[in-house]
Design a protein around this ligand. Structure first.
Ligand SMILES: Nc1nc2c(ncn2[C@@H]2O[C@H](COP(=O)(O)OP(=O)(O)OP(=O)(O)O)[C@@H](O)[C@H]2O)c(=O)[nH]1
Ligand SMILES: [Mg+2]
Ligand SMILES: [Zn+2]
Length: 505
């Protein structure tokens, strides 16, 4: 894969400047991802008294009968994606930890600085005890993804069992203002969002507004507001801030969102959050019957350095399924695949063909995977092609059924009136028109690419991408511009047509 293409996956290049040294970051990721993957593989070898989960059988699978609530599916994988959004340090990762038990802060630089840098993923099972002796909100609770689907309620005076009602996947976004590109990639897969607002700061803070605008652009409608850190404020301050939040959400997509006071740290009202997730977030409408398609969000080589050739495992891709059902044993194609340049400088690509060897949702093994959450796909692809996130932004799916690969796009677009995510704007806040030959960043699905504007006319623009993207007409995209060294959201658009890239057979 060419250097150019490797670069396009890392649009948080700002992170390298500001949050970690250039030398450390790639090393850091690779070794820690390997450590994480090895830990998962190790645990598969020596299962630690795993709960009995529902069986999946490819022989009896009928995709027409599957729903995002089918017991054999939600026993093992998440089927609803919930983003956590909001200003830096307002408690996004802490609330994910309180609900799922999973700490999404994993990387060395993240731990040192106590901030989220990469998208975090964590699955949680949400349970409800329908027995009348068990009253709300305690009748709702949550556990990790590998927990049994039913267990007795142990609250004194209660009868009956907690039954699995939802299996959700949290997409934990970074709140730091320079990581907006990462947040936008996450926003593309969200079905709903938890908007965290710290109770001990005035509302809104810059990324409170910018993130809300971003999910609005992505047409996301289901938002639950969590007024967090309630343990740090007096009742009267909390009530005053509640009014501030109400005024802030007026006229936005979140205008009628519930506002729940919580302490993510002390786990206060987390059961109410579970109840609202169950009652207020509709089950997403999914397409299980079309040919399967997964957007790659991470990829790695799980082999230890110096591994014997016969022991080598194929490349692993982690991603989100957009449509269809992916099965163990299935023949797959990855697009654009291997990207390179011809002698004359034009870009070409060669799709990769392989086979699904294993499917994993966190630590749960799957026979088939449906849309929702992050799915790990073990393949027979040469692991050097998947190491260090090299396949990020590519699409994996049924051979011969993937969308086209574009290098030039014609889009219709809208610009925001003002920049939302910066504090001291003075007169820099007004968003200027697009100009010919300027370089923007586009986020299409979970991938980002540089986009050089070659023509603008009213609300139409033609852009040349820095790296090819596998996508389709009608797909929406977010537009960002570099302002004071950082990418800021300026608007959004939709693909109207494009110039395809030649594919090598
Ligand atoms: N007192 C109190 N502190 C909290 C609460 N929730 C989170 N914190 C603290 O606030 C800090 C930030 O929490 P995080 O969960 O990392 O915040 P975040 O929104 O994920 O931060 P970024 O991802 O970097 O934007 C941590 O030190 C938490 O311990 C809470 O309910 N009460
Ligand atoms: Mg965080
Ligand atoms: Zn109970």
């Amino acid at each position: 894969m060419s250097e150019d293409n490797k670069k396009h996956v890392n649009f948080d290049d700002d992170v390298d400047d500001d949050l970690s040294s250039n030398e450390e970051e790639p090393e850091d990721n690779e070794s820690e991802l390997i450590a994480e993957q090895n830990r998962v593989l190790q645990q598969q070898k020596e299962p630690v008294k795993k709960a009995k989960l529902a069986d999946q059988d490819l022989k009896t699978l009928n995709v027409n009968e599957l729903t995002p609530l089918s017991p054999q599916v939600i026993s093992r994988q998440a089927t609803i994606n919930i983003g956590t959004i909001g200003h830096v340090a307002h408690g996004k990762s802490t609330v994910v930890k309180s609900i799922s038990g999973v700490r999404t802060i994993r990387f060395k630089t993240e731990m040192v600085r106590n901030i989220t840098i990469k998208l975090g993923y964590a699955n949680a099972k949400i349970y409800h005890n329908p027995n009348p002796t068990c009253s709300r909100p305690q009748s709702y609770t949550s556990r990790g993804s590998g927990h049994a689907d039913s267990f007795p309620c142990d609250i004194p005076g209660c009868e009956g069992n907690y039954e699995l009602v939802r299996h959700v996947s949290f997409v934990d976004c970074p709140g730091h203002d320079i990581l907006m590109a990462t947040m936008l990639n996450g926003a593309a897969v969200m079905d709903a969002a938890l908007l965290l607002i710290a109770g001990n700061e005035s509302c809104p803070q810059p990324q409170t507004s910018e993130h809300l605008a971003a999910v609005e652009i992505m047409k996301l409608k289901h938002i639950i507001i969590l007024q967090n850190k309630i343990d740090l404020v007096r009742e009267q301050e909390a009530i005053t801030q509640h009014g501030e939040i109400k005024r802030f959400i007026e006229g936005t997509v979140a205008h009628d969102a519930p506002i729940i006071p919580i302490s993510a740290q002390l786990k206060y009202n987390i059961d109410v959050v579970c109840e609202y997730i169950t009652k207020k977030i509709p089950i997403p409408v999914r397409d299980f019957t079309s040919s399967p398609r997964l957007i790659v969000i991470r990829s790695f080589d799980v082999n230890k350095p110096g591994e014997q050739v016969e022991e080598l495992k194929g490349g692993v891709a982690g991603g989100s399924i957009l449509q269809g059902v992916l099965r163990v044993g299935q023949e797959i194609e990855v697009r654009p695949g291997i990207v390179s340049k011809n002698a004359d400088g034009t870009i070409k690509c060669k799709p990769i063909f392989s086979k699904v060897v294993t499917l994993l949702a966190e630590e749960n093994e799957l026979q088939y995977a449906v849309p929702g959450g992050l799915i790990g796909v073990g393949t027979k692809i040469d692991p050097t092609l998947t190491r260090a996130d090299r396949l990020v932004g590519q699409v994996l799916g049924e051979v011969g059924h993937l969308p086209k690969i574009y290098i030039e796009l014609e889009i219709s677009y809208f610009l925001l009136r003002r920049l939302l995510g910066v504090r001291d704007l003075e007169n820099k806040g007004k968003i200027q028109k697009l100009t010919k030959s300027e370089m923007l960043m586009v986020n299409i699905g979970s991938t980002s690419a540089g986009a050089r504007i070659v023509a603008v006319k009213a609300d139409l623009a033609k852009v040349v991408l820095t790296s090819p993207v596998c996508t389709q007409v009608g797909e929406k995209l977010a537009l960002s511009r570099r302002v004071d060294k950082h990418w800021r959201l300026i608007g959004w658009g939709q693909i109207r047509k494009g110039k395809e890239l030649a594919v090598e057979e």
